[in-house]
Design a protein around this ligand. Structure first.
Ligand SMILES: NC(=O)c1ccc[n+]([C@@H]2O[C@H](COP(=O)([O-])OP(=O)(O)OC[C@H]3O[C@@H](n4cnc5c(N)ncnc54)[C@H](O)[C@@H]3O)[C@@H](O)[C@H]2O)c1
Length: 193
């Protein structure tokens, strides 16, 4: 089967380590970043099947700012699978899907720690793909290219949210409610919440 071509917008901590990982696993990778040697690669993103977005999403005066994210996604193309790796709030994935109706938008929350960035990307503890109503049927294509992880899950983007701080506590709470030690059972259950 043909290997998918993977794009990365943003080559900071997250984007660089993911792009390196995909290259090491044999994928052809296109890197684009406004402030680096990759700044001339914008139009090459058109060749990609899946584009990961890893740009800053600052909170300014206690207001979440998704403007950089939207500026970045403008550089993706019709029918592409666009996976937001940046930290975002609940509801932003569906909001962006409405802005970019001809693309398939996902959110995959990141648990990387800067001091262990390469290790955390190469050996993730979990891989989560959050889908929108439009992108749901293509979720497996995203999960299939992600670095292998012992826990893999496809869930609604509203469930992913996504602050890595609260997500594990949601899982823990479900385990408590269900009196279950099975994380897979809990993840499957979340999809119907
Ligand atoms: N670093 C971490 O440990 C970590 C962990 C979890 C989540 N995150 C989240 O991931 C996102 C990215 O974090 P990071 O640490 O990689 O940031 P970073 O600042 O290291 O890198 C961001 C990169 O995006 C580029 N960029 C900005 N606007 C752009 C645009 N419009 N088009 C193309 N490139 C653009 C910048 O030049 C920069 O190289 C943020 O939302 C952050 O909150 C980071």
């Amino acid at each position: 089967m043909k290997h998918k071509k993977i794009g990365f917008i943003g080559q900071g901590w997250i984007g660089k380590h993911y792009a390196d990982n995909f290259e090491e696993r044999g994928y052809e990778v296109i890197r684009y970043d406004i402030t680096t040697k990759y700044k001339n690669n914008k139009t090459k993103l058109k060749e990609c099947d899946i584009v990961f977005i890893a740009v800053p999403t600052p909170t300014i005066n206690q207001v979440f700012d998704d403007s950089i994210l939207i500026d970045a996604i403008i550089n993706t193309y019709k029918n592409q699978l666009v996976v937001i790796k940046s930290t975002i709030q609940i509801g932003i994935t569906e909001k962006i899907q409405k802005l970019f109706k001809d693309r398939y938008i996902f959110h995959s929350p990141e648990f990387l720690r800067e001091r262990n960035a390469k290790f955390d990307v190469d050996y993730p503890e979990r891989s989560i793909v959050g889908y929108t109503k439009k992108s749901k049927n293509k979720s497996q294509q995203v999960l299939d290219v992600m670095p292998p992880a012992p826990i893999k899950s496809i869930v609604k983007s509203e469930v992913v949210g996504s602050n890595p701080v609260w997500f594990p506590s949601v899982i823990k709470r479900y385990c408590e409610l269900l009196n279950s030690k099975s994380i897979d059972f809990v993840f499957n259950g979340i999809e119907f919440v």
